[in-house]
Ligand binder design. Sequence first.
Ligand code: NAP
Length: 292
Amino acid sequence: MIVVAGGTGTLGTRLVPRLSAQGQAVRLLTREPARAQHLAGPRVDVVRGDVRDPRSVAEALDGASTVISAVHGFAGPGGVSPASVDRAGNAHLIAAAAHVGAAFVLVSVVGASPAHPIEIFRAKHAAEEMLRASGIPWTIVRATAFMETWAEIMSRPLQASGKILVFGRGDNPINFVSATDVAALAGRAVTDPSLRGQVLELGGPGNLTFNQLAAMMQEVAGRRGAVRHIARSTLHTMAWLTAAIKPALARQARAALVMDTHDMTFDSSATRRAFPDLPHTDMPSALKELLS
Ligand SMILES: NC(=O)c1ccc[n+]([C@@H]2O[C@H](COP(=O)([O-])OP(=O)(O)OC[C@H]3O[C@@H](n4cnc5c(N)ncnc54)[C@H](OP(=O)(O)O)[C@@H]3O)[C@@H](O)[C@H]2O)c1
């Protein structure tokens, strides 16, 4: 039985049906089973749990053969943080998987490293290190920024005010990959034991700036949404002002600044060559699905 932590997320909602369609028995761990209603089925069992609570994690992993962690605490409901979810939560999942003798697939980020300027990249690195040291069979799937996540954030004001948000100057190239492609690779990582001990890094077809992404969004939305830049100075102020009262907002502002100023490019051709059957979703297709 495969336990999917994070099965209700952008990636998880694409991964769970893929696994169950292959005949795999899936147990989906969520803090709120109502969020998983659309995924429940004959082969998908939904259990309540919080990765920050080791007892609920141990209960959810009872009888598991493989566990996949597709959780994160960068943003989202419940006062989550990279420290409590990506570090401590993954530590709880890894310990419980070791206890029941399960293999473990960790979804991480391309660029995860101990000195990365974005907190979640440091927390993912810590989780990767814990997993490698755990002694259990493991696979790490690192992905670049999800097209769906960023397009959704940028297009949030489109309906109400006709605006598309761009963070900072928006001229820094960033690699975006579709969560659909990552779900296909994560599904392979879960079910193919020959991939144990490997780090698989997946990106999308090209590197795009936020300005290019906004232009594509205007094209696909079929109306000229005005682009609204959130200036770097505003992001700095936002990060500073909200650090104590809205830490998730401060994290997002800090991450946006890094994405506007650091090298976020990636060449995925080696992984694409190794897995030629993965879908190759491009940004216009992802935008059409999102905005339709
Ligand atoms: N989005 C990106 O741009 C991106 C890029 C690279 C890698 N990744 C990685 O890909 C994975 C999936 O990301 P996503 O964007 O699909 O996530 P998402 O849509 O934001 O969903 C977050 C998921 O994490 C779960 N979660 C959060 N805190 C939890 C907790 N305390 N206990 C249990 N579950 C918790 C949520 O489950 P419930 O709310 O149902 O409890 C939800 O399923 C993550 O590991 C992420 O770091 C994402």
